[in-house]
Ligand binder design. Structure first.
Ligand code: NAD
Length: 462
């Protein structure tokens, strides 16, 4: 791709360190062109009937399924996840487009009872306006699927800045939309220095909604910028998900599920199970079983289908994890598996299981966002729930128990946007995905995700 004199940055394969290509950064003039295009496209796109928008979204979903293998390979090359996971992610993005496309036609208003004869009271829903979306690198196709899907189905043009680390997969998702019939100004993709791009886009009056997925730290900065122009926000931020394992479970089954969920995407998932609180009667067996499973995971290049866990997505992640683990070790934590990077090329980190991790260690308070599980014991349900709620995060939480009484209590008392009981499945296109507290606000997917791109208007007629 020619950069036309623009600044560029290399895109690296995290499994080998090899340079895959040079990514051009948008200039200020490019960003302004995207803003002008979005402003011009908005009246035209909102006027397209929801049925037709839905048809285009479904066509885009079909195109994505046809191209799934090619898109998945790009995602694995750029980001490192195993090819099988990348394939599932593309299929899921197609499902999201399809679901939003169908749901757009159910953008209902309501008619209120009049206060006097001859009056009409109407509540209508309208697209909010051009959306700015900022995505991370951990789901290079799933995240653009969510952000582009909601806005475009609702009738809003969108300017998205996906992660610079995994640009081609996101571009391919956008290409499916364009090839399905979405006009160019409705979907623009830009790259650059993240803070420069977001501060430029959010400083204009064109953008009416912003959607961000990433760290709590950056989320707070963007919320401040958005507030200056009263831009509506959806914030999917960090998490530090607790898992409560009670004494009445099938331990081997819970261990199998836990190891699969923990090491998926090398733990680089905002809802990744991270703090395991296990009833003291099962604790020793749980630690042993978890460590054995972690040691059995074949780590390597995601393009090799025999590997179950790939590298960390960018070079900064390994030196981020190491001091967190060292700090816990120095405070008395025991490392039963992994805990170290793998020698040689690529950003590989061994699947790690720690136990007896003191509450005050950094890793029990800061999101590790990597293949690390911390396991600590608990005695009473009160204690387990208190530990789960201890952090300012509240994105996902999980509990395993055969008791419906305990399950109901945990589901009610845990401070979290999503709760999985006896399951790590907490997200499908029709369910709302989002957190509370420092994990953000608003939801993506589900009817809530579409609603977030709509504004409400009350109309009276006499
Ligand atoms: P980071 O916060 O610098 O970047 C995370 C993502 O946000 C990147 O894709 C980046 O392009 C984007 N970003 C950063 N600053 C931005 C800005 N000012 N404007 C717009 N976008 C911006 O951190 P990182 O080292 O790349 O990732 C590590 C942390 O990010 C993790 O510890 C985790 O908390 C968080 N993260 C969360 C998710 C999630 O799904 N919620 C995904 C990826 C990363």
């Amino acid at each position: 791709m020619s950069a036309g004199g623009r600044r560029t940055q290399p895109v690296l394969n995290p499994a080998t360190g090899a340079t895959l290509g040079q990514l051009p950064h948008a200039t200020t003039a490019d960003l302004d062109r995207a803003l002008d295009a979005a402003a011009e496209a908005f009246p035209k796109w909102r006027a397209v009937p929801a049925f037709e928008r839905g048809r285009i979204m479904k066509r885009a979903a079909d195109i994505m399924r046809e191209r799934a293998e090619q898109i998945a390979r790009l995602a694995t090359l750029e980001m490192g996840k195993p090819l099988g996971e990348a394939r599932l992610e593309v299929q899921r993005s197609a499902d999201i487009f399809e679901w939003y496309g169908e749901e757009a036609r159910r953008t209902y208003g309501r008619v209120l009872a009049p206060r006097a004869a001859g009056q009409r009271f109407l509540v209508t829903k309208e697209p909010v306006g051009p959306v700015a979306a900022f995505g991370p690198w951990n789901f290079p196709t799933g995240n653009p699927g969510r952000k582009l899907g909601a806005a475009i189905a609702a009738g809003c043009p969108v300017i998205m800045k996906p992660a610079e680390e995994a640009p081609c997969a996101a571009l391919e998702i956008a290409r499916c939309l364009l090839d399905a019939g979405v006009a160019k100004g409705v979907c623009s993709i830009v790259f650059g220095v993240p803070a420069e791009v977001s501060s430029h886009l959010l400083a204009t009056k064109v953008i009416r909604k912003m959607s961000f997925t990433g760290s709590t730290r950056v989320g707070k900065q963007l919320a401040e910028l958005a507030a200056r122009n009263m831009i509506r926000t959806t914030m999917e931020l960090g998490g530090h998900a607790p898992v409560l394992v009670f004494d009445d479970v099938d331990l081997e089954h819970v261990l199998d599920l836990s190891a699969t969920a923990k090491f998926r995407n090398a733990g680089q998932v905002c809802v990744s199970p991270t703090r395991f609180y296990v009833h003291e009667s099962l604790y020793a067996r749980f630690v042993e079983g978890f460590a054995a499973r972690a040691k059995g995971i074949q780590v390597g290049d995601g393009m090799d289908e025999s590997n179950r866990m790939g590298p960390l997505a960018h070079a900064g992640r390994v030196p981020f994890l190491e001091p967190l683990i060292d700090d816990a070790r120095q405070r008395g934590a025991k490392v039963h598996a992994g805990g170290v990077r793998r020698a040689g090329p690529g950003n590989f980190f061994e699947p790690t299981v720690m136990s007896e991790v003191p509450c005050e260690s950094r890793i029990m308070n800061e999101e590790p966002f990597g293949p690390v599980a911390m396991v600590n014991p608990f005695r009473t349900t009160e204690d387990a729930i208190a530990q789960a709620n201890r952090l300012p995060y509240g994105l996902a939480a999980y509990a395993f128990t055969a008791s419906s009484k305990v399950a109901n209590r945990v589901a009610a008392e845990i401070e979290s946007g999503m709760v999985g009981i006896n399951s790590f499945l907490i997200s499908v296109p029709e369910s709302p995905f989002g957190g509370v507290k420092d994990s953000g606000h608003g939801s993506e997917e589900g009817i809530e995700g579409l609603e977030a791109c709509l504004v409400t208007k009350f109309v009276t007629e006499a």
